[in-house]
Design a protein around this ligand. Sequence first.
Ligand code: ADP
Ligand code: MG
Length: 247
Amino acid sequence: MSENQPILRVENIRKTFGDQLVLDDVSLTVNRGEVKILIGPSGSGKSTLLQCLNFLNTPDQGRIWLEGREFKAAGRHDLCAFRQQVGMIFQDFNLFDHLNARENVRIALIKVKGLTKAQANHRAMEELARVGLADKADLYPAQLSGGQKQRVSMARALAMDPKVLLLDEPTSALDPELIGEVLAVIRFLASAGMTMIMATHQIAFSATMAHEFLFMEKGRIVERGSPKHLLAADATSRTKDFCAKIN
Ligand code: ADP
Ligand code: MG
């Protein structure tokens, strides 16, 4: 496997719901350590695209390669292996309410990675420490703030050693004062070289670390480029118009 080949390559993804075309010929390439930001109006297809990238939704058409190997789901086992490598962070955390923070992080380590309980506990604690929550390991989701819940969900994804992390508006469900702690973890991951694709409305934050902005509209990527280029004072871009409206 070459260090230079893209981690993820997606070609001509198309997805319909009923007679609605939700993703129309979407292609993108993500290299190791890159951060790509998906922006665009509500309903433009950002979540559906992220879900297609880890097969929570099955594209109607299109091809996906992970580290140069085309993924063709033949069964549950393949899907599970693929999803370990392409982690997902959801807007609403998706934690198990009946499990505490450590158990939320360790469950897939035991059930999917086959670690012993002791090994899984150890790894879960490492990941919770990485997101600054080692002291909250015994608390249940109901006892955690939104920002803490999102950090647990990030620890859970990171425990699987993903090659790519997909984040779908990870701070949208949070009160304003809790957004910063989640963004700090994302910034740390970016600086540590994690490859990420994130849908977000946090434009100023994203502009400081994104390699590329992908602006979506009606199921298509209609503009792409570096934030510096797209948001420059003298730029005329769809992205800049959109960002001016939401900020
Ligand atoms: P975004 O994340 O950019 O807001 P989405 O990907 O959630 O956009 O949605 C794109 C379009 O697909 C919307 O019109 C939405 O209503 C539709 N859609 C998303 N998921 C489903 C679904 N499971 N069934 C039917 N329509 C859906
Ligand atoms: Mg969405």
